[in-house]
Ligand binder design. Structure first.
Ligand code: UD1
Length: 425
């Protein structure tokens, strides 16, 4: 298994480009289940989660082909709308095949995804909402079996919590339902808008995406189309934070700064000077920065997917920061590992108190526990004295394309090594 070795303490500088968004690309690929023919997606990141999606789509009789960052999905009528446990367990977003399969074939059997390191992550809101479109459901043997013998029918659905995946599954299903569906308390993330844009290009009738109320007028049929995936706002934010924590001067290009308003505001509250253009943002060097509190919220609030990376920055801030995690119940797994590097953090149930004044971080062997926790350990390693070894980086590879290479172009002393090259001491 690979690990990342970082020799910290070097300021980063230069320009680095963001890739396509993982969380936008996944639902887009599942949208291709809605119409036979060739779907074309540009700016698709090369990541393990995209490979897992390819395996699932191939199981559902599609063929996925990649050339550079362009992916084509050739969709054929699916003989058996069935998503097995062995594929679904590798990636929770596999549940996004439920809506399109049900809408198109009137039936689907999809494995329940199970829990993951950051919490139980149920799919009750997806299932209940599909039930409101007329689907009947049965959960048996770890699978959800859903069917709608006479097709799905539009309805008004009020989500109890704004759920990103739930909103996407319902958007996908309602495009082919009879009549009008209204989604209330829908998620407003940019990835939802990107999905709606592609569905519209396919012939769907959708209005209101990006707000909390989405109207979908069902159509009889959709056609394949072409689409460019939006830039990954979480990767862009992570790269900007890498600049911040290293006291560097970093410009992140090919991004949408407007998708990161909450992060930019917080960085500016810390005392960082920032510049932004239509598709770039720059952070100026600072040797000291203030502590600020953050609380994760659905978009446009502070993203939970940047909480761990921001915490790494706060371990070196002047003063105390209170970090509240409101989206997931167990997303402080990075705290223990940051503590091994000398950070002073007191975790409570949903709150972590980070005392930045406790001095420098020192390099240590650490263990990545989930995707964003891995990124926070890499950031801490950039700022720490001496060598940090981040183990179990397969989590990082699920969501970041060549992060170490991108950081290297900014001057970081960072390398990927296989376990045999760098045994655990
Ligand atoms: C997506 C993102 C993930 C991000 C998260 C929140 C993808 C592939 N993943 O995950 O990176 O961290 O949004 O921004 O896009 N919930 C329920 N029942 C449900 C569904 C969700 O209780 O049926 C709860 C979850 O446990 C969580 C909250 O609602 O506490 C938000 O989850 P949700 O927005 O659905 O996250 P995902 O779509 O899984």
């Amino acid at each position: 298994m690979d690990r990342i070795v970082i020799n910290g303490g070097h300021s980063l500088s230069g320009k680095v480009a963001t890739g396509g968004s993982k969380n936008a690309a996944l639902p887009l690929l599942f949208a291709s289940l809605l119409a036979n023919g060739t779907h074309r997606f540009n700016n698709v990141p090369k990541l393990m989660d995209i490979d897992s999606t390819a395996i699932l789509l191939e199981h559902l009789d599609c063929t996925m082909h990649r050339e550079g960052d362009q992916v084509t999905v050739e969709t054929r009528t699916c003989a058996e709308p069935f998503a097995p446990y062995d594929i679904v367990r590798k990636m929770r977003a596999s549940i996004l095949c439920l809506g399109p399969l049900l809408a198109r074939y009137g039936e689907a059997r999809v494995s329940l995804p199970g829990g993951c390191a950051i919490g139980t992550r149920p799919i009750n809101l997806h299932v209940e909402a599909l039930g409101q479109l007329g689907a009947e459901m049965e959960v048996e043997g770890g699978y959800v079996h859903a069917w709608a013998n006479h097709g799905l029918t539009g309805n008004t659905i009020v989500f109890e919590n704004a759920t990103v995946g739930g909103t996407e599954n319902l958007l996908l299903a309602a495009t082919l339902a009879r009549g009008t569906t209204i989604l209330e308390n829908a998620a407003k993330e940019p990835e939802i808008v990107d999905l709606a844009d592609y569905l519209r290009a396919m012939g769907a009738r959708i209005e209101g995406d990006g707000s909390s109320v989405i109207h979908i007028e069902g159509v009889d049929q959709l056609q394949p189309a072409e689409h460019t995936v939006i830039p990954d706002r979480i990767e862009a934010g992570t790269l900007l934070l890498a600049g911040a924590i290293s006291g560097g001067d970093v410009t992140v290009t090919q991004c949408v700064p407007g998708h990161l308003d909450a992060l930019l505001k917080r960085l500016s509250d810390c005392g960082f000077e920032l510049e932004t253009g239509p598709d770039w943002m720059r952070i100026m060097p600072r040797s000291e920065w203030g502590a600020v509190d953050i609380s994760t919220e659905p978009y446009p609030g502070f993203p939970t997917d940047l909480q761990a990376q921001f915490m790494a920055l706060m371990t070196l801030a002047q003063g105390t920061s209170v970090i509240t995690e409101r989206i997931f119940e167990n997303r402080f797994m990075h705290v223990q590992e940051l503590a091994r590097m000398g950070a002073n953090i007191t975790p409570k149930t949903q709150v972590a108190i980070v005392r930045g004044d406790s001095g420098a971080l020192s390099g240590a062997p650490v263990m990545a526990t989930d995707l964003r926790a891995s990124a926070s350990l890499v950031l801490a390693g950039l700022a720490a004295e001496n060598e940090t070894v981040v183990n179990r980086i397969y989590h990082l590879d699920r969501g970041y394309e060549r992060l170490e290479e991108k950081l290297k172009t900014l001057g970081a002393q960072i390398e990927r090594r296989s376990e045999s090259e760098h045994p655990v001491s």
